[in-house]
Design a binder for this molecule. Structure first.
Ligand code: EPU
Length: 416
């Protein structure tokens, strides 16, 4: 397992380009199941999760190959409905083949994802929606076994606006008979990007970016070529890097339309920004304390909570961070405290008492965004920080240490 060594504190300068979005790429790759023709995706980040998704596609009989940031997928050879535990346990997003498999084969045999470091994360809403469309679903030996004679349009109401649940049901509905209405749908930009792709493939979908989405099933979809949106969470993470190191950097290829809530918080905690032709110049100064409450889009994203917590650990005063999406997304707190932060958790709230300085130590990455928060803290911490288990970071950030090195950070990957 690789680790990072970081020497701080660092000042950053220069410019950095944001990669394609992980959470937009993953459902788009599984959307290839919906057609026999080629799907060509540009701006796909080179990440472990994308590799795992490609392996899953190959397991299903599809072809999936990468050339630089372009992925070519062809599912004319689709011959399996089986997503084994070995792949699903590596990446929960494997559940994204559920909707497409039901649409194409009327059959799916997928390992239940199980919990993960950030919470229990059930998929009951995905299953109930497939049932309402005519699927017969059983759970056997840890697997979802789902069959349908016909998949019919239906009205689906989500108790919680689930992101991958919404994506799964949209992908099931595009080839189902008749009209599907999804109420309380997730409105995240990655869902909207998937809808745009599906429309280019010939799907009939209305309501993108709204909480009611209507889909009229069609007989078949065609292949297409599509450029994945830039990653809004990587953008936010780089903004936090400027904040915590009190630096000025230019961030290019920013999905500006999708980062309002992040930009708002960035300014609230003392950041300054100007828009440029290619993106945004951000500048970090004195860090001010604030209140953060995570929420579904367009609220403040749970995927940015850990990174802002690292920043707030050095604020001039006390901040409150409330996590409302996942029940256990404070695993980074204990590790930030090892670096000298003063954070106390009570239920789903964390009280972050700003400290004068962080001091390097050995810390352990526990999940993807927690790893990013540790890298940020390490950039500001005095002395050497060793971050273990950075395979979590590799799942969702494309060569982050190389990008930070080009900005002037002292960060090294140690292969183990
Ligand atoms: N939920 C249920 N039942 C379900 C589905 C969800 O109770 O059937 C609950 C979850 O347990 C959670 C809430 O609903 O409490 C929202 O979960 P959601 O389903 O929206 O999350 P997800 O689709 O599994 C995606 C992202 C996550 C991101 C969340 C929230 C992908 C591949 N993953 O997960 O990304 O945190 O939405 O925005 O799109 C990450 O990139 O680090 C990451 C974890």
């Amino acid at each position: 397992m690789d680790k990072f060594i970081v020497e701080g504190p660092t000042k950053l300068e220069g410019s950095v380009i944001v990669s394609g979005s992980k959470n937009a790429s993953l459902p788009m790759i599984s959307a290839a199941i919906l057609t026999n023709e080629n799907l060509i995706l540009h701006n796909v980040p080179d990440l472990m999760d994308v590799d795992t998704m490609c392996k899953l596609m190959v397991q299903l009989g599809c072809y999936c190959s990468r050339e630089k940031s372009t992925l070519r997928i062809n599912c004319s050879g689709l011959n399996s409905d089986f997503a084994p535990y070995d792949l699903v346990r590596k990446m929960r997003a494997s559940i994204l083949v559920f909707g497409p498999l039901m649409a194409r084969l009327r059959s799916a045999h997928i390992s239940l994802p199980g919990g993960c470091a950030i919470g229990v994360r059930p998929v009951n809403l995905h299953i109930n929606a497939i049932k309402s469309m005519g699927g017969r679903v059983e759970i056997e030996n840890g697997y979802i076994i789902s069959k349908a004679d016909r998949l019919k349009g239906s009205t689906v109401y989500f108790d919680i606006p689930t992101v991958t649940g919404t994506e799964n049901i949209i992908m099931a509905a595009v080839l189902a008979e008749g009209r599907t209405v999804i109420k309380n749908a997730a409105r995240e930009p990655e869902v909207v990007d998937l809808i745009k792709l599906l429309k280019e493939m010939g799907a009939k979908i209305e309501g993108e970016g709204e909480s009611v989405i209507e889909i009229e099933g069609v007989k078949s979809l065609k292949g297409t070529e599509y450029t994945v949106m830039a990653d809004r969470i990587e953008t936010g993470t780089l903004m936090c890097a400027a904040l915590i190191t009190h630096s000025e950097i230019e961030i290019k290829n920013v999905p500006l339309y999708a980062v309002d809530a992040i930009l708002d918080k960035f300014v609230e905690v003392g950041g300054k920004y100007v828009l440029t032709d290619e993106g945004i110049i951000v500048k970090g100064e004195r860090i001010k304390p604030t209140m953060i409450k995570t929420a579904v889009y367009p609220g403040f994203p749970t995927d940015m909570q850990a990174q802002f917590m690292a920043v707030l650990s050095l604020a001039d005063g006390t901040s409150i961070v409330e996590e409302t999406i996942f029940e256990n997304r404070f695993m980074h707190v204990a590790e930030l405290n090892r670096l000298g932060a003063n954070i106390i958790v009570s239920g789903n709230k964390a009280v972050v008492e700003g400290v004068e300085e962080l001091i390097g130590a050995s810390v352990m990455a526990t999940d993807l965004r927690a790893s990013a928060s540790l890298v940020l803290a390490a950039l500001a911490a005095h002395g050497k920080t060793e971050i273990l288990r950075i395979y979590h970071l590799d799942r969702g950030y494309e060569r982050l240490e190389e990008k930070l090195t080009r900005l002037g950070a002292k960060i090294w990957r140690v292969k183990q």
